[in-house]
Design a protein around this ligand. Structure first.
Ligand code: AMP
Ligand code: MG
Length: 358
């Protein structure tokens, strides 16, 4: 299959290109498009047959439901059976933005979107190109992240091309994603809202709007939710966000963390391994200098700015793959605010390979 590329970067919306992409989607095709979080792989969210193509292109397990993307609140009427009061307050505060709400499912939503659940995830992205595209599509657009299942999410059109080139009909190139990690997923169908997946809409910010908020045990990425049944958000039970090389995460006291990380680097380089290291800016001066090409160090940004770290996280992991390192060592960050979402992604990319330092 030939993948059409529509250029919409530099803040410009190529109106004809967006229309062309929307026509492809409306006739049952797959279109990858930029959002503020990560690139999405979109299909007509009311067309079950089109939605099933997403699962095939990504290799996504069929029991992992998709999020519907909308550009206008009126669209909620056709996809949600009800909008609870607390959901309305969250919509007023966070939309457009990186918060997905799990709502009671409307009759028109196909099973392929919800994986048969009686709820549906909905979000309005905060990105002008995404909103223009969704408006041109006129239908709710079902879209998971536009990566091969299990890989780090794509934050540029090039990332999408690397994973799905030739497997999707169209990619809208809207430059880099500003947030860089997927949306917060919040279930508002329960008496107390539950965070199923942390994201840039933080637990603290959500609490300031609705008061009490619960956090699903799988949301911190520590528990192995593959074995907990049933997982509330099916997506959380799969290993995710993982680069090709094994990833080891170093958590705990910052000084102890750095000592242990340095020791590991020296040992692995001495064994002849090519080591990728991702640390916060503050740690850069303290790393061993390594052995030329054997050590690839990447700066994730200041520990004081977790939003910046979120914005670079997946591109750093994908860059390590392009560098063909044998192993990736990553320094953890503080576990609050957006840092909680960053640590969720890193713990799951590590798949249990976590070194706790004290
Ligand atoms: P992705 O779009 O790839 O970022 O994944 C969407 C995430 O939202 C996955 O973790 C899904 O399991 C979750 N999700 C989507 N719809 C629902 C739903 N109805 N109930 C619970 N989780 C959902
Ligand atoms: Mg995903």
């Amino acid at each position: 299959m030939q993948t059409v590329i529509v250029k919409a970067s530099d803040g410009h919306c190529d109106v004809d290109g967006i229309k062309q992409a929307a026509n492809i989607l409306r006739s049952g095709g797959l279109v990858a498009f930029p959002t503020e979080t990560v690139y999405g792989l979109g299909a007509d969210g009311l067309n079950g047959q089109a939605v099933r193509k997403i699962f095939a292109a990504k290799g996504r397990p069929a029991d992992n439901p998709l999020i519907l993307h909308i550009f206008d609140l009126k669209q909620l009427e056709e996809i949600a059976a009800a909008v609870p009061d607390c959901a309305q307050r969250l919509i007023d505060k966070f939309w457009p933005g990186p918060l997905t709400l799990i709502l009671p499912r409307g009759d028109r939503v196909p099973d392929a979107v919800t994986a048969g659940l009686d709820t549906v995830g909905v979000r309005m992205p905060d990105n002008d190109i995404a909103l223009a595209f969704l408006a041109a599509c006129k239908v709710p657009v079902a879209a998971p992240s536009a990566n091969v299942s299990g890989r780090p999410s794509p934050t540029s059109a090039l990332d999408v091309m690397d994973d799905l080139g030739g497997r999707v009909d169209c990619i809208i190139d809207g430059g880099k994603c500003s947030v860089g990690i997927e949306s917060t997923v919040l279930d508002v169908t329960r008496p107390t809202p539950v965070v199923l997946r942390p994201g840039a809409a933080t637990v603290e910010d959500i609490r300031s709007v609705v008061g009490e908020v619960a956090i699903d045990p799988c949301a911190d990425g520590i528990d192995d939710c593959a074995t907990s049944t049933p997982a509330r958000s099916p997506g959380v039970k799969y290993r995710h966000y993982a680069p090709i090389a094994p990833l080891v995460l170093f958590e705990g006291d910052p000084k102890a963390r750095l000592v242990e990380l340095s020791r590991r680097i020296e040992k692995l380089v001495a064994e002849g391994k090519t080591v990728g290291v991702a640390v916060v800016s503050e740690s850069l001066p303290y790393l061993p200098s390594g052995n030329g090409e054997r050590l690839v160090v990447r700066d994730m940004g200041s520990a004081l700015d977790p939003s910046r770290i979120a914005a670079t996280l997946f591109s750093v992991l994908r860059a390590m793959d392009r560098d063909k390192v044998d192993i990736i060592l990553v320094e953890g960050i503080h576990d609050t605010g957006v840092g909680f979402a960053v640590m969720n992604r890193l713990r799951r990319a590590a798949g249990g390979a976590v070194v706790r330092c004290s």
